[in-house]
Design a protein around this ligand. Structure first.
Ligand SMILES: Cc1cc2nc3c(=O)[nH]c(=O)nc-3n(C[C@H](O)[C@H](O)[C@H](O)COP(=O)(O)O)c2cc1C
Length: 165
């Protein structure tokens, strides 16, 4: 009898794990320099019952780095160089997910180059996923960013972008 109860518990545990894995097939991966996109990402993750992942730069962006009025600031230098790929702190395990929401603040009308770094790092695996771009911005729309992503990564499956307030 004890053996039976034990076996049943093990089976229930395995079933719960399988069910949990099925439930969390959506990932929300985002970069946020000042917190707005983080708030939006948390909201989407809650709505979609998705796993949340922050794409963190190896080197944190300071306020001076983010000064778009200064042509010599880090963000200005990165955005004026299409090949810039700022390094990322930690790699993401995207294997378990079918749909990935990719979030970022709009910088210079498109996505920050760290998003390119993240995509480049995961390119092969991303080819089998559905990608949903989302962004926050001061006033720009997201279409320019989505067109840029489609053009830069034509082998990936991009869905319509979502601009969060
Ligand atoms: C370097 C830089 C460039 C930006 N470029 C734009 C832009 O082209 N259009 C726009 O509407 N907002 C622009 N913004 C504003 C951000 O998109 C907006 O504040 C965003 O919500 C910040 O998100 P975060 O808090 O997640 O970093 C820019 C901000 C920075 C720091």
């Amino acid at each position: 009898m004890k053996k039976m109860t034990f076996l049943l518990s093990v089976m229930m545990f395995i079933m719960a794990q399988v069910y949990a894995q099925k439930e969390s097939k959506t990932l929300v991966a985002y970069f946020s320099a000042t917190g707005n996109t983080r708030t939006a990402a948390k909201e989407i993750a809650k709505q979609k019952k998705a796993v949340l992942w922050e794409i963190e730069p190896s080197e944190h962006y300071t306020a001076e780095d983010l000064n778009w009025r200064n042509k010599q600031s880090r963000s200005s230098k990165e955005m004026s160089d299409a090949e810039a790929r700022p390094s990322i702190k930690q790699c993401t395990n995207i294997m378990p997910y079918d749909t990935i929401y990719v979030g970022f603040p709009i910088w210079w009308g498109i996505c920050p180059r760290i998003i390119n770094s993240w995509i480049d790092n995961n390119l092969e695996q991303l080819e089998s996923k559905t990608l949903v771009p989302f962004a926050t911005s001061g006033s720009s729309g997201i279409d320019g960013a989505v067109n840029y992503l489609k053009k830069t990564y034509p082998t990936l499956t991009w869905q319509k972008g979502i601009l969060k307030k």
